[in-house]
Design a protein. Structure first.
Length: 161
C-alpha cells in the first residue's frame, strides 16, 4: 500500500511546478516616418476668409490691442497670452490691423487650421501672435507659422497711423 501511495504521490509532486510561460511577441512595426511633401495646392488662400465655415465660428473675436496684456487680461479672456517681461522696454503691443484671419501651419502634414489672430506683441525683436481657433481653443504662434490669405497680404502688418 505504501508503494502504491508513493507511486501516486510522486507524479503529483513533480507535476505541481509551473511551466514557463511563453513570451508573447508583438510584431515589430516600421518606425520610419515617410516625409511626404506638403500640399502643393494652396487655392484656399485665394479665397476670402468669409468663404469658410470656420469664419462664422470666429466672428465673436475681439482684438486685444493698444497695450501689453496682463495676467488679469488673460484670466478674463480678453487676451490670449501674457509675457512677463519685467518692464523690458522692447516689450510692446504691435500696432497692426487685428483681428485678421489666417491658416496656422500644422506638423505631420495635417491640413492647416483656420484661426483668428486677436493679439500681437513684440519682445526683444520676436513677434508673438495670439489666436483663437474655430474649436474655441486659444494659442500662440509666430508670424512665419501662418499662411496668409492673398486678399490680406501686404495689409496685415501695415502699422496703423
Amino acid at each position: 500500500m505504501q508503494k502504491l501511495f508513493l507511486l501516486l504521490a510522486l507524479p503529483l509532486l513533480f507535476s505541481c511546478g509551473e511551466k514557463p510561460k511563453e513570451k508573447k511577441t508583438t510584431p515589430k512595426t516600421d518606425t520610419v516616418k515617410v516625409n511626404t511633401p506638403p500640399v502643393a495646392n494652396k487655392d484656399y488662400l485665394k479665397k476670402r476668409p468669409e468663404e469658410f465655415n470656420e469664419f462664422l465660428m470666429l466672428t465673436d473675436v475681439v482684438a486685444f490691442k493698444g497695450r501689453v496684456a496682463t495676467k488679469k487680461d488673460v484670466n478674463s479672456k480678453e487676451a490670449v497670452f501674457n509675457m512677463d517681461s519685467k518692464k523690458d522696454p522692447s516689450h510692446r503691443a504691435l500696432n497692426i490691423n487685428i483681428p485678421f484671419y489666417a491658416f496656422l501651419k500644422q506638423s505631420d502634414n495635417k491640413p492647416p487650421k483656420f484661426v483668428a489672430i486677436m493679439q500681437a506683441e513684440t519682445l526683444s525683436g520676436d513677434t508673438i501672435l495670439g489666436y483663437k481657433a474655430a474649436n474655441g481653443l486659444y494659442g500662440i504662434c509666430r508670424p512665419d507659422e501662418l499662411e496668409y490669405f492673398e486678399s490680406q497680404k501686404g495689409r496685415v502688418y501695415k502699422t496703423i497711423q
